[in-house]
Design a binder for this molecule. Structure first.
Ligand SMILES: [Zn+2]
Length: 251
């Protein structure tokens, strides 16, 4: 990821972001809103760290993305800091060293889903609006030769968010693409539902065209219009959700 050296954000963007993060912390729990926010701009690949009661937001990405995307990025990081007890980038590395990429993928997919839940419940965001913001900023995270774990995180977030948008229920879906070789497009999902329901592992056979399209929107998002991008994501996520949770069971 290229880090711009002289990012500048308007005062109103920073004020809105401050308000949003405090509102988000309150939405999680009023006793979590116990910090002050400071903005800095340094040439390092992290966004939000917590030092005692100070949240430091490193807004370098704001120069190359829209304010909505900046908000999504910072709220995602706020979940790690406020809920996951992962206060700094160094702690992310510590968790990854101990529990490997799968733990951070699960945590990231859950954080994305919590952020969407907040935006839907408090700002009436739809799934389509969320995807439009991703599309508008996809040049930032698109990657022609991504590691599989990055694609798995992307697809897991989309499916978990779609499930919440459809049913207002949280299920974290962590995909493994290990069996997707050659003509096989069979994705194994690790499903982590909430409270009292056991983990489950289930395969979903995704039609070849849909699988190839959804991989392509991750690797080359700029080749797709917003409509095309949304259409592919909708097809993929609806296919996965209806295969994992047939309508008669999830009503
Ligand atoms: Zn994260």
């Amino acid at each position: 990821m290229k880090i711009p050296s002289t990012p500048q954000l308007t005062e109103s963007v920073l004020q809105n972001l401050t308000k949003e993060i405090h509102e988000f912390a309150n939405w999680i729990s009023t006793d979590k809103n116990d910090f002050q926010i400071e903005f800095i701009t340094i040439n390092e690949d992290w966004f939000l760290n917590r030092y005692s009661d100070i949240l430091k937001l490193n807004c370098w990405i704001g120069q190359s993305c829209t304010p909505d995307f900046l908000t999504i990025v910072m709220l995602h990081e706020a979940v790690h800091v406020i809920m996951n007890n992962i206060p700094t980038k160094e702690d992310v590395k510590f968790v990854r060293d101990h529990f490997h990429s799968l733990a951070m993928n699960a945590t990231d997919i859950e954080a994305d889903t919590i952020v969407f839940k907040y935006l839907k419940e408090t700002k009436d965001w739809s799934f389509d609006r969320y995807i439009a913001v991703l599309h508008e900023n996809a040049n930032i995270f698109g990657d022609l030769k991504p590691r599989t774990v990055k694609i798995e995180r992307f697809l897991g977030s989309l499916c978990s968010i779609k499930y919440f948008a459809l049913y207002q229920k949280g299920v974290i879906m962590i995909p493994s693409l290990d069996d997707c070789i050659g003509d096989s497009h069979s994705i194994l999902f690790w499903l982590i539902p909430k409270s009292g329901v056991p983990f489950a592992f289930r395969f979903v056979d995704v039609p070849a065209r849909i699988y190839k399209d959804v991989i392509r929107i991750y690797t080359s998002p700029s080749r797709f219009s917003e409509t095309g991008y949304l259409k592919i994501i909708t097809e993929f996520t609806e296919n996965v959700c209806s295969s994992l949770f047939p309508p008669k069971l999830s009503a």
